[in-house]
Design a protein around this ligand. Structure first.
Ligand SMILES: [Zn+2]
Length: 264
């Protein structure tokens, strides 16, 4: 039996945002496979978190085929989101143990925007957006690598005029200065025990989210190297799709704003 989305009043539809992190020419092959597997189960729209210059290994602008593919994806209903600049945190001398643990253990050195100062963060987020525009893309969201956005970096993202950002536990509408709480499902693949734990955790989290307005599923290209994670993610998504519509962050926030406007 096919379960259909219940008809809810306009603006109260439940959303499912699937985001694919770390999209770049280096991960383009896997990303295409992920999108094909997602489309097969009914997730035709995702937020694609694109790294401008992945680990300093070359800017995506220099890859016309990648740019053309990205434009094609956006035209088909996906969203391009700015995801850091290099996605790598430069090691700095003299930082405290707490910061080191956070940026090196928790994120394996990917916390680029965790402790950047405001000026440097502003330079990177502004440059990134100009570069996206130069290839015909108009991103409105900025999401920090590993969702680690420091205070100064957040100010920079606001100053640059981005409309939203997300963290692991919430979506922040910077235009409206509103926070939508919603914990993201995310898999950890760095060790066997982490993979096992993340399957159980994500199943429990999906159940706990129940009929909240938004369910978020964050996927990373390395997830797809593990068949049990692929299967699990697709199972969770099929379950969520029974009562939810797959949508991008940009459009989900657009609906929330429209709902708030019509209520006031
Ligand atoms: Zn990332």
């Amino acid at each position: 039996m096919q379960i259909r989305s219940p008809k809810l009043p306009p603006g109260q539809e439940r959303g499912l945002v699937v985001s694919i992190h770390d999209v770049s020419p280096r991960t383009a092959g896997v990303t295409r496979q992920m999108l094909a597997d997602l489309a097969e189960i009914g997730v035709a729209r995702t937020s694609l978190l694109v790294i401008p210059n992945h680990h300093h290994r070359g800017h995506f602008q220099a890859d016309p085929e990648f740019c053309a593919w990205l434009r094609e994806m956006v035209a088909a209903g996906h969203e391009a989101v700015v995801h850091g600049y290099f996605h790598q945190r430069e090691s700095r001398p003299g930082v405290g143990l707490g910061t080191r643990l956070m940026t090196e253990s928790y994120t394996a050195g990917e916390g680029e925007f965790y402790d950047l100062d405001e000026a440097e963060a502003l330079a990177r987020v502004t440059q990134a957006r100009e570069e996206f525009r130069s290839v015909g893309l108009a991103p409105v969201g900025f999401i920090a690598p590993a969702w680690l956005l420091g205070e100064q970096a957040e100010r920079a993202v606001r100053r640059a005029g981005y409309a939203y950002t997300t963290r692991i536990g919430r979506v922040e509408d910077l235009e409206r200065d509103e926070v939508h709480r919603s914990q993201s499902l995310v898999y950890s693949v760095r060790a066997v025990w982490r993979r096992v734990v993340s399957l159980g955790w994500n199943s429990a989290l999906l159940r706990a989210l129940g009929d909240r307005p938004l369910v978020r599923v964050g996927l990373h290209p390395p997830d797809w190297a593990f068949p049990q994670i692929r299967r699990h993610a697709r199972k969770c998504l099929r379950r969520a799709l029974a009562t939810r519509e797959a949508i991008t962050y940009e459009d989900w926030l657009g609906r929330q704003r429209a709902r708030d406007d019509s209520a006031s």
